[in-house]
Design a protein around this ligand. Sequence first.
Ligand code: NCD
Length: 449
Amino acid sequence: MTSGVRHLVSIDDLSLAEIQALFEHAKRFSEDLRAWAHLCPGLISASLFYEPSTRTRLSFESAMQRLGGGVLTAAEMNSSSASKGESLADTVRVVGGSYADLIVLRHASEGAARLAAQYSPVPVINAGDGSHEHPTQTLCDLYNLWIERGRIDGIHVVLSGDLRYSRTIHSFVYALARFGANIVCVPLPGFELPAYVMQRLREEFGVEPTRADVSRLGELARECDAMYLTPQKPHQLSLFTDGKGLTLERVDALYMTRPQTERYTADELQRTRVVRLGKQELAAESLREAVVMHPLPRRDEISGDIDSDPRSIYFKQAARGVPIRMAILGVLLGRLDLGAPSSRIASSSYGVSRGGNPCANPSCISRTESRHVTPAYRLANRAPVRAYCWFCSQEIAHRLVGCSTTGIFHERDSSAARKIRPDHLVFLRDEAEALAQGFIPASRPTLTS
Ligand code: NCD
């Protein structure tokens, strides 16, 4: 396993000051994209794409070439040695060994980039891991907001479509919350933000969810149970809450996403409906000054009749992916500085010391590549004990916890559970599992008369 190399696995890997510094670099690059070939000559990036891509891969490759570097591209990794059973861990060791100086990775398993970063000798950039995160799309989206609106704190961003499976949305909401933007979720029914994302927004970013009255969004929000997510507690907006929720007056950005049908169950495919943004919907009062964004590809959720509306910036948004990715590459290859000492989100991980893999997410890399993964978790809370898988970020379901040194198990919300050292914690679903793993119950206090 490698250490001391800087990777970009999650949007949490960058502090707000560093993100701001990336914007400044990107802005300088965008003044003349052809003037920077002296920055990375002789360096090579490798694109390892196990899932389809147009914009992300091509904009990264364009960015690398504009910096004077070279590119190795494996756009169909599923037809590479992976089809012969080679693990991701082995592939990145080989590619990062002498073939390339940096790896851009897209993979269907959640947490794949986290695993790759553990094994790769060179920086790994997460270009999308399942429905988990897509931090460089978020940097591109934030950069667009910064250019178009001049700031991110305090603005109102409406997120619409499939908020459940869109990895772009997950990285985006974490960053928007950190910047202090107000987020209004207008999901397709049944495709709301996942519970683990909401939990994290509340617990770590102090976000306050409130019901939103989005009648001013017109048709767009007709079937939605919309929600306002306001960062920083207590938020000024809460002064205006009257029990009916908050009324959305003015939107700064409307971010649309497509249904991520490739990840749906048969039942979800049946339930898929489309929200459609066209001329009529865009006429809604609150959208008068909103910019319309989309990570693309779009399907039917944005109709062509608004492409020429000056508020529709999705093609500009994609074009700005090149300068922002030039900045990301320059930094990770050690050719650009982010200046400000970083106060990134500190999070430690702990290996699971006993029992099987406690992560139940079937698309987590800890399950799909179990040979090379040591299950690990991040401790979010101690009372009750709450932990998230270190790879896919989903919550670990358990009612009891054991201590690997005493061999005793406890209820997760007991005071004894709170005192167990994180590296000694064992997650146990129920008593049967605890006993099967050789744990004994904590002795219950006896009643004395
Ligand atoms: C997104 C992705 O791949 O997650 N596209 C992109 O990177 N520009 C969005 C999507 O596929 O819907």
